[in-house]
Design a protein around this ligand. Structure first.
Ligand code: C2E
Ligand code: MG
Ligand code: MG
Ligand code: MG
Length: 290
């Protein structure tokens, strides 16, 4: 709510607010055409097995390649996408684009990796999701184990989604809880909810070596994950001290700037070329999917 700040009924906005509003208008205006003009691109952040250094998976992260402003991060436009009612459309595009990209790498003979997509709550409503997912995977000749859906705790808590999430899981797509630990202290939903994997939020990782509370929370999460049989990964790992702590407490999968930043598809291709060549010579156990 804007306040009259000059005593005469005029609204004087501070610079930050003005910029925010301009941003919103700009975004709302251009979002529709951005989708049509293919201005969204995906970067992929590798997920690493810190025990071996091997890349174990990828997370697809959307960027908006704005014609004037350049490459914009999701923090700049995701909430506007949601407000403009375009989130479902964007998510559909991300899923298609991930599958298209994986199929391309596969055609090139590369060993492809399971790739996760961030799924917003609104995506689940009123649609024939299972047939849709089957037909996308079919179209690109991929198996469901290529995909992972990251949902947030707010979505995980909505019981109305459970049947659908169970179907997605039965389909063979891994479901993970993103930013785990940030929204709700109740772990009750884990009892009913078909989770396969938990992502420990970066805000706790930052506290390693700084905050014994954060460290205790991380230890509790790793305990819960191992007892309940969930895959586990730590997000936002930036230094060796964090790696050591996480390894010591049984969390060996990590994602963070220490290993890789989110990278354009071209750089991921080079990474896959290296790892595919290595695994061929080593005859290592396949970590890929088809
Ligand atoms: P997220 O899903 O938790 O993704 C992780 C974010 O943390 C990414 O930011 C990534 O670049 C950043 N990150 C990774 N490692 C580090 C690190 O070591 N240090 C720091 N400081 N940051 C790190 P990004 O790409 O800006 O994405 C932000 C959020 O935007 C995502 O958080 C996700 O909630 C949302 N988002 C991104 N792409 C999509 C999408 O396709 N669909 C939806 N619905 N949301 C998306
Ligand atoms: Mg995520
Ligand atoms: Mg996250
Ligand atoms: Mg996060």
């Amino acid at each position: 709510q804007a306040k009259s700040t000059d005593g005469q009924g005029y609204f004087l906005f501070d610079d930050q607010l003005r910029e925010k509003l301009q941003q919103k208008t700009m975004i709302a205006k251009y979002l529709h055409s951005a989708l049509e003009n293919h201005e969204f691109v995906l970067h992929y952040q590798p997920q690493v097995n810190a025990a071996t250094g091997a890349v174990a998976g990828l997370e697809a992260l959307v960027r908006w390649n704005h014609p004037e402003k350049g490459l914009l991060l999701p923090g700049y436009f995701i909430s506007a996408v949601e407000e403009a009612g375009l989130m479902t459309q964007l998510t559909d595009w991300v899923i298609h684009e991930v599958c298209r990209q994986l199929a391309e790498w596969k055609r090139e003979g590369l060993q492809i990796l399971r790739t996760s997509v961030n799924i917003s709550n609104s995506w689940f409503y009123n649609r024939n999701l299972i047939p849709m997912l089957r037909s996308i995977l079919d179209e690109y000749g991929l198996t469901p184990d290529c995909l992972e859906f990251e949902i947030t705790e707010s979505t995980a808590l909505l019981e109305e989604h459970y049947p659908l999430l169970q179907q997605i899981r039965d389909e063979g797509i891994l479901v993970s809880v993103d930013d785990f630990g940030t929204k709700y202290s109740s772990l009750n939903y884990l009892k009913h909810f078909p989770v396969g994997k938990i992502k420990i939020d970066r805000t706790f990782i930052v506290g390693i070596g700084q905050s014994s509370i954060d460290e205790t929370i991380i230890k509790s999460i790793t305990f819960v994950a191992s007892q309940l049989g969930y895959d586990l990964i730590a997000e936002g790992v930036e230094c060796e001290e964090q790696v050591d702590f996480l390894m010591a407490h049984g969390c060996k999968y990590m994602q963070g700037f220490l290993f890789y930043r989110p990278l354009p598809a071209g750089e991921i291709r080079s990474l896959l070329q290296t790892s595919t060549a290595a695994s061929k010579t080593e005859m290592a156990e396949s970590k890929g999917c088809s």
